[in-house]
Design a protein around this ligand. Structure first.
Ligand code: GZL
Length: 333
């Protein structure tokens, strides 16, 4: 092959082009197996799939997440799944395609997540569970769980009832409004409550059905309970919103909530606390929706490759009618 001399200027230009191509290639390669490469402005990009907008708790949780992301300088991609698992799976796949840095979500139900979580893992994108848990056996599919101990919330509710009805004569008939079928809070609250009331054989759950965590669902199912059961002494609702819906059904039957029917709920959102302070509810076990700041802190840590605890539980309490009157003025949600 003829020995071709390449002019010096041309060799310099070719060297510059080669260097640029090599650098670009490394950058692209460097990110191909580590998930996202941050937003255009270098911000951490967090993809969040929310359950829906089914209750006051959910609204407060969404507000906490959006406000905390803005405060933390994190670019939040937010999707409302309208309580459908297929929408959450679609949103998570979109976030993987968009190469976000971190994915977080509150799984509407416990099962059916392994495939999509494996896709996120294979894409090198860390996942954080918030609020609700999944039943995956493979704990490597997510970095941590941030949320409440739902079994404890159910247990505290049952323990209060055992104490409150210890002097009752005859059977105490309980109806239960369960949360969304298959969801961790519904499964665990039911479990904790049942374990606690087993202490007193007088306490009997005579009906238990899902109201899907909504006011409309609580009202509709309570109407059915009232038609089917002439003697109802207690309502245990897995969240305030179903309890508030049930109030309408109870008063429509000419019964006095909080007196004819003892009402126990979980969450302690403002409307629930108002009903408790007004004597319509009798006891609430708190479930804090204010997970935003902790979630943003965790997102930064997992993105930086820092170790985080596998489970982080939120601080919560319980309220009686008197305690609700005192606490209401300072409630944040
Ligand atoms: C509990 C949360 C539940 C609330 C409901 O952490 O998942 O979902 O108790 C909400 O109010 O709808």
């Amino acid at each position: 092959m003829r020995n071709m001399r390449i002019p010096m200027a041309r060799r310099r230009a070719m060297a510059v082009v080669a260097a640029v191509l090599l650098a670009g290639g490394v950058a692209a390669c460097g990110n191909s197996d580590t998930g996202g490469d941050g937003g255009d402005d270098g911000k951490l990009v967090l993809g969040f799939s929310q359950v829906g907008a089914e209750s006051g708790w959910r609204t407060a949780n969404t507000n906490s997440i959006k406000e905390a992301a803005a405060e933390a300088g994190i670019e939040l991609k937010f999707d409302d799944a309208q309580q459908k698992q297929e929408n959450q799976i679609k949103a998570i796949r979109n976030y993987i395609q968009q190469k976000v840095d971190v994915i977080a979500f509150s799984p509407v139900v416990e099962s059916g997540w392994d495939t999509v979580l494996k896709e996120a893992k294979d894409a090198g994108i860390p996942v954080i569970l918030t609020d609700r848990a999944v039943d995956s056996a493979d704990k490597s599919l997510y970095k941590t769980f941030l949320g409440s101990d739902f079994v404890k919330e159910g247990r505290l509710s049952g323990e209060w009832l055992v104490e409150n009805k210890k002097d009752a004569t005859g059977d105490v008939n309980i109806v239960e409004l369960q949360g969304t079928t298959g969801s961790a809070p519904a499964n665990d609250r039911k479990k904790g409550f049942a374990e606690a009331i087993a202490a007193d054989p007088k306490l009997k759950v005579i009906a238990s059905q899902s109201g899907d965590f909504t006011r409309a669902g609580g009202k509709q199912v309570m109407e059915q309970f009232l038609k089917a059961h002439p003697k109802i002494d207690v309502l245990f609702a897995h969240n305030d919103d179903m309890g508030l819906g049930a109030l309408e059904a109870i008063t429509a039957e000419g019964k006095v909530p909080g007196k004819d029917i003892t009402i126990i709920t979980i969450d302690a959102v403002k409307d629930g606390m108002q009903a408790l302070a007004d004597g319509k509810f009798n006891f609430i076990a708190e479930c804090s929706p204010l997970l935003g700041p902790q979630l943003m802190d965790l997102a930064k840590k997992v993105h930086a490759g820092e170790e985080v605890p596998p489970r982080i539980e939120t601080e919560e309490t319980t309220f009686t009618q008197e305690q609700a009157k005192e606490a209401l003025p300072n409630r944040k949600y």
